[in-house]
Design a protein around this ligand. Sequence first.
Ligand code: DGP
Length: 213
Amino acid sequence: KQRRGCLIVFEGIDRCGKSTQVKLLLTKLLENNKPTVTYSFPNRETSIGKVLDAYLKGTNLNQYATHLLFSANRWEMIESIFKNLKEGKNVILDRYAYSGVAYSAAKGLDIEWCKHADHLLPSPDIIIYLALPVKVIECRYAFGEERFDNTVFLTRVIDYFYALMSSDKHHHWCNIDASRSIESIHTEVYDIVSRKLVEEMSSSYDATMMATL
Ligand code: DGP
């Protein structure tokens, strides 16, 4: 029986270093002959993603509709993600449903309502949360260019990420101090992921595994 791939999620606020760590992890897994693909959300290339890109740059959009569009942008990738997992490829996601809930709840939407749209998306095997205080992020390149680059708002997003993490009984969250050097974060991430890959990933995704949120 073909072993399924591992679903690895990176979460954290804007500019915490997720994309850098996703690239480094991808390169290292491929170097070690572990077939792996990555997806980044929002995917701004699809037609839904183009609406989200305009919204993030300032276009007005109803906040409930916005939440559902971010979720739809994940659902539209679902067949492709499942196909890769079933073929035995590891899948790394740069943001997922947890960003969906944390950002919309921070805007004031009801957190339980926010969870519904992503319910039954494939459940991650591991969630790597890159923890960084907002005051560090404020000093990073291009802070302030997009809609959510705002200290008060991002502080609320962090609180919601921690609320999701602490109430989650089903998933393996790794809370990583992202204020260290890129290389030392990568070393820790690779260590955690390679241990996860050694665990048997022989089960297939079934309904009981899909309690994403
Ligand atoms: P990024 O491309 O990772 O920098 O994300 C762009 C912005 O979109 C960032 O401020 C976080 C926000 N964002 C990402 N995913 C979601 C989501 O699912 N829902 C909401 N409301 N915001 C999101």
